[in-house]
Each structure stands twice: as structure tokens, then as C-alpha cells.
Ligand binder design. Structure first.
Ligand SMILES: [Zn+2]
Length: 183
């Protein structure tokens, strides 16, 4: 067994001091040399460069994906515009028929394409006979009132249902007339 005295003697031994000191003196600069050695730097450089390329590559990939997405979006938009233009070209002539006079008042409306691909009358409203403003009415269309000039009427001869029926009948008659002309 080593006692304290023996340990002390061991570390004070000239040989141990010389060899140990030498190892320490040579060892530390040795590690430092290794760090400073080109090989080590080259490795470090390679690692950094690899990481850098990886990051740039990833960003490039993201950029390419981004461009592909933009290209797809533009393509879809262009297709949508073409379809819309084609639809407009194929729109029937009667879509220009958006106002008329029915017995009492002038009425105006818009055409809506339904889910069943059939056009129907929408926003049908009676115009004020005094100032041509679209009138407001109650649920049952018994009371009409002009929001601009205050024209007021309970004396209603037609409601929107009847007017819509007449609009469609007018179209039917126009079609018949057109068909007769082309015979
Ligand atoms: Zn009015």
C-alpha cells in the first residue's frame, strides 16, 4: 500500500518531475498545434461549408417550391379568367333586360344564375314614380315608400311575384317572336 510519504517521494523524484513536466510542456502546445494545424482547419471549414450548403440548398428548395406554388396560382387565375370570359360570351341576350314598366310603376332587377344553372330574377324592386328611387316595402308588399322623397303608397296593383311572372312571360313572348322571324 502507498502511504503519503511514498506518494510525496514519487512526485519529488527527479525522473518523475522531468518526464511529467515534459509531457505537460509538450502536451499542451501539441493540442494547440493540432488546433492550428491545417488539417483540423480544413475539416472545420469542410463542416461549416457543408452546413452552409445544406442551409442554402434548403432555402433554394423552399424558393423553388414557392415559385411552383406561384406558377400554379397564376395558372389557376388565368384559367378562371378564361372561363369567366367564355361564360360572358355565352351569356344570353335577355340578361340586358333589367328594367320595365308594369301597370303602375317602373321595376328594376338583376339576373342571378342559380345552382341549377338556370337564370332567375333577383333584387326586384319598384321605383318611385316621382323620383325613380328604388322603394322600400313591408313583408307583404302592401305598403311601399320612397326613402328619398317620401312617396307613400298602399294602393299597390302588383307585387314582386306578379312582376317576376310577367318578366318571364315577356321573355317567352320575345323568344316566340324571334323564332317566328327566323322561320
Ligand atoms: Zn321618390
Amino acid at each position: 500500500m502507498l502511504n503519503k510519504q511514498k506518494v510525496k517521494e514519487f512526485f519529488l523524484n527527479p525522473w518523475v518531475v522531468t518526464v511529467g513536466g515534459g509531457i505537460i510542456l509538450l502536451g499542451v502546445p501539441g493540442i494547440w498545434d493540432l488546433i492550428q494545424k491545417k488539417e483540423f482547419l480544413t475539416t472545420l471549414k469542410t463542416v461549416i461549408s457543408f452546413m452552409w450548403k445544406l442551409i442554402i440548398g434548403f432555402l433554394n428548395l423552399q424558393l423553388r417550391l414557392w415559385w411552383i406554388l406561384v406558377a400554379i396560382a397564376v395558372g389557376v387565375l388565368v384559367l378562371w379568367i378564361i372561363v369567366k370570359i367564355k361564360d360572358r360570351e355565352n351569356e344570353p341576350e335577355f340578361l340586358k333586360y333589367t328594367e320595365d314598366r308594369f301597370i303602375q310603376w317602373k321595376w328594376s332587377w338583376t339576373w342571378e344564375l342559380g345552382y341549377n344553372k338556370k337564370w332567375h330574377v333577383d333584387n326586384l324592386m319598384a321605383h318611385c314614380p316621382q323620383c325613380d328611387t328604388r322603394m322600400q316595402h313591408d313583408t307583404y308588399e302592401i305598403h311601399f315608400r320612397c326613402p328619398r322623397c317620401g312617396f307613400d303608397s298602399h294602393d299597390v296593383l302588383q307585387n314582386s311575384n306578379a312582376v317576376e311572372a310577367v318578366i318571364h312571360d315577356n321573355l317567352r313572348r320575345a323568344e316566340k317572336k324571334e323564332a317566328a322571324q327566323h322561320k
